[in-house]
Design a protein around this ligand. Structure first.
Ligand code: F3S
Length: 754
């Protein structure tokens, strides 16, 4: 147990710290005097000060020391720009950057990649040189999607990592706690500051039985999303247990953990088991699996008798495939009922496009099972009725399925194999088959299906399902098709039932083919590396510090916008074409809240400037207020900022002069991001105030001179109709240190001072 084992095959400076993790766990166990869940062991094993840290699930703030950081290219730009402004010579923790989000799907893999490399040259050069300068690993365009690369190379049981992307939890499939954060959190860890997380509650999900037929791991999380809703996991870690977990692959577990983000969970995790050993072996990391076995009982499994804050149970033997959507991933419909529901709700029945792959579902197993279904259809003379796209998760997956024939099967079926990147999953899709505004249905094996996410068309009904079901829909071309019961007609008009894909271990029998080498390690001598940011660039802009708080209560602030209903990070800072400005705060701020619905007129991106009476776009009005020295607030509904970890959704309102975002409730990452940028995320103590407050009212935020943890602030509302002002209380989740961020103007200002 005392050996020094490397965290991965690529770095010679990072080791697995089981020994210190277990020491911390023993300290905490003695203090708490109770058995621990597996997730708790990982968390508490990474505490900065296990002797004195207050630990109350759901309330205390844990200070943690994660093992590593992973950033995707869209979020890495701002994280690195922030890291640079703190003036440190190199990152304190192993960090990698992955080029996956900026590649648009147009024609197909190679051509799209070539175009992206030209189009994003400036950004890729910045990321490549800054990672070299500050001692980080760089995965260039074409290498694959961050979460797949992490799973293949960096994830190991018992680790704690943070990633600047919402689907970082994917790595829970290899038994680690992997948490999606904003760039500002990544900067903390890269700068050797302890990273803070509100101690999550633990949701236990017991899996029993064994899947069969058309059911696959994706269906577990699709069903769970229906049971818990998109808010059910907020502030919680989902920990799986029960006999059922040993019946499927590590990549299947990764799919489930990946999509835990859709129920708002902090992360999801499976305890160390045989499937993980097999996957570690297949990816050249048997030494890690052997090392983990030595710590299996005491560190890498839950203690007997541990207690969960809430529990769910799913019997895999009875589980049927699910199709979730449209517009939200928790609208779960079992395949047996889909026909009826789709007709009743007037969902477009033609499946225009079936998309498989993404970080959620592009394992070798997923590809193989999908290819198996296609081969069966092809044997009956059928090809794809819908447009069919395949996004391999990594170069390793692409090369392996190219070698083993699945890729050819997809192409013969009529499918298009896209670049190893996010593509249509994040709106990087030059969709040509319909016009914007056309009502239509697409089905994907991705994770997220908010309005406009995939193709920028609000009329697209986007459904998420397993790759197997997505493929079956692409064959039938119809949302009413149930492959378990419905027959298709072969080329001669004879009816047949598609064969369900056969059970499969998830690993290639010939091993993985690594494909092209797309990894760039940092050079040993980094002194001569220079990082350039052109002052005239429209993609990258060095950051200027935000102003500190002026020490006064805020009075007579206009409401920039009262947003109606769901306000996700896609509404606050839209992706798609805007992704290209992720490194340029001024330019990307032109998308602030353009997707949110204005309660005043029910429309997006048109609101009244309170001072001129003229209507304008949200970012224009915000900038006009700022330029006149007027601070403003936003009023929002429930779970405000759900969706991605996009810190721009917090940087933009700060850049545009915002002061407070007042809502019924926040999504966790967005709330923390707002605090980091020196804004005030506040909640109505009484949600009735949301309805009472009118878009043209102005507000005071009182109590800031005595701002303290757990102490409510006061909102005084001055109605626009001249009636008497009224007050209501505002709750908040700021702790003492976060209040210092607010006072300093941002967390980074505070860091630079130190
Ligand atoms: Fe990329 Fe979609 Fe995953 S945007 S990281 S493939 S969730």
């Amino acid at each position: 147990r005392d050996s020094k084992v490397h965290q991965n095959l690529l770095e010679d400076h990072s080791y697995i710290n089981y020994k210190s993790n277990i020491e911390n766990v023993h300290i905490v166990k003695e203090r708490l005097g109770r058995p621990l869940t597996y997730a708790e062991k990982i968390l508490y094993g990474h505490l900065d000060k296990p002797h004195e840290q207050e630990i109350i699930r759901g309330s205390s703030y844990l200070k943690l020391r994660p093992d590593r950081v992973a950033c995707q290219d869209a979020t890495a730009q701002m994280a690195i720009l922030q890291f640079m402004s703190a003036g440190l010579p190199e990152v304190a923790k192993p960090t990698t950057v992955h080029c996956d989000h900026l590649i648009q799907a147009q024609i197909g893999g190679e051509k799209d990649l070539e175009r992206a490399v030209n189009l994003n040259k400036e950004v890729y050069d910045f990321l490549s040189s800054s990672t070299s300068k500050y001692n980080m690993g760089f995965w260039g365009p074409g290498s694959g999607i961050i979460h797949q690369i992490v799973l293949e190379n960096y994830a190991f049981p018992g680790a704690l990592i943070i990633g600047t992307d919402s689907h970082t939890p994917n790595a829970g499939g290899l038994g680690q706690l992997a948490i999606g954060v904003g760039g500002a959190d990544a900067v903390d860890v890269m700068s050797d500051l302890p990273w803070e997380l509100k101690a999550p509650k633990i949701m236990g999900v017991k899996l029993t039985g064994k899947m069969n037929g058309w059911t696959s791991p994706k269906d577990i999380i699709l069903k769970l999303a229906g049971m818990t809703t998109v808010k059910g996991g907020t502030g919680k870690i989902v920990e799986y247990y029960g006999d059922g977990i040993d019946t499927f692959s590590a990549t299947g577990m990764a799919t489930i953990c990946n999509m835990g983000a859709e129920i708002g969970a902090t992360t999801s995790v499976f305890p160390f088991n045989k499937s993980m050993t097999d996957y570690l072996g297949a990816t050249g990391r048997s030494e890690i699996a052997d090392f983990a076995k030595l710590y299996n009982k005491d560190l890498l499994a839950a203690d007997e008798g541990c207690e969960y804050d809430e529990t769910y149970e799913i019997n895999l033997s009875e589980l049927e495939p699910y199709v979730n959507g449209p517009f939200t991933p928790d609208l779960a419909t079992p395949i047996s009922e889909l026909k009826k529901v789709a007709v009743e709700r007037d969902w477009p029945l033609d499946v225009k496009v079936g998309l498989i792959g993404s970080c959620t579902n592009s394992s070798y197993e997923d590809m193989t099972r999908s290819a198996e279904i296609i081969k069966d259809a092809a044997a009956h003379g059928l090809k794809a009725k819908s447009i069919y796209t395949v996004t391999p998760g990594s170069e390793q997956i692409r090369a392996t399925i190219a070698r083993d024939g699945q890729l050819k099967t997809f192409e013969e079926f009529g499918g298009t194999v896209l670049a190893n990147a996010c593509g249509p999953c994040i709106g990087q899709w030059d969709r040509k088959d319909i016009k914007k505004g056309d009502k239509n249905t697409i089905v994907s094996s991705f994770n997220r299906n908010f309005t406009s996410r995939n193709d920028g068309n609000p009329a697209t009904h986007s459904f998420v399902a397993s790759p197997e079901i997505t493929t079956a829909f692409a064959i039938a071309g119809d949302l009413r098709f149930n492959p378990l019961t419905d027959k298709l007609k072969d080329a001669n008009g004879n009816e047949f039932l598609l064969k369900p894909p056969t059970a499969f271990s998830g690993l290639p029998t010939k091993g993985y083919d690594k494909g092209e080498n797309t990894y760039q390690a940092p050079p040993a001598d980094r002194s001569s590396v220079s990082v350039k940011v052109s002052p005239t660039s429209d993609r990258l802009q060095l950051l200027k510090p935000f102003k500190p708080w002026d020490g006064k209560d805020a009075e007579k602030l206009p409401i920039l916008i009262k947003s109606l209903g769901k306000t996700t990070t896609d509404h606050i800072s839209m992706a798609g074409p805007w992704l290209k400005y992720r490194g340029h705060l001024e330019n990307i701020s032109n998308n602030y809240m353009i997707g949110a619905i204005n309660a005043e007129n029910g429309k997006p991106n048109t609101l009244k400037n309170r001072y001129t009476g003229e209507y304008g776009a949200v970012p224009d009005v915000a900038a006009a207020y700022r330029d006149q020295g007027i601070k403003w607030v936003v009023i929002g509904d429930e779970n405000f900022g759900e969706g991605s970890s996009r810190e721009h959704a917090a940087l933009e309102p700060r850049f545009l002069g915002g002061f407070a975002i007042i809502t019924k409730s926040f999504a966790r990452i967005h709330e923390t991001n707002l605090k980091k940028q020196g804004l005030l995320p506040l909640n109505f103590a009484d949600n009735a105030a949301y309805d009472k407050i009118q878009p043209e009212d102005s507000v005071d935020i009182l109590g800031l001179t005595t701002f303290a943890p757990g102490k409510n602030l006061v909102l005084k509302v001055h109605p626009a109709d001249g009636s008497a002002p009224w007050t209501t209380e505002l709750t908040h989740t700021f702790n003492a240190e976060q209040i210092e961020w607010f006072k300093a103007g941002s967390a980074l200002n505070k860091l630079a001072k130190k």
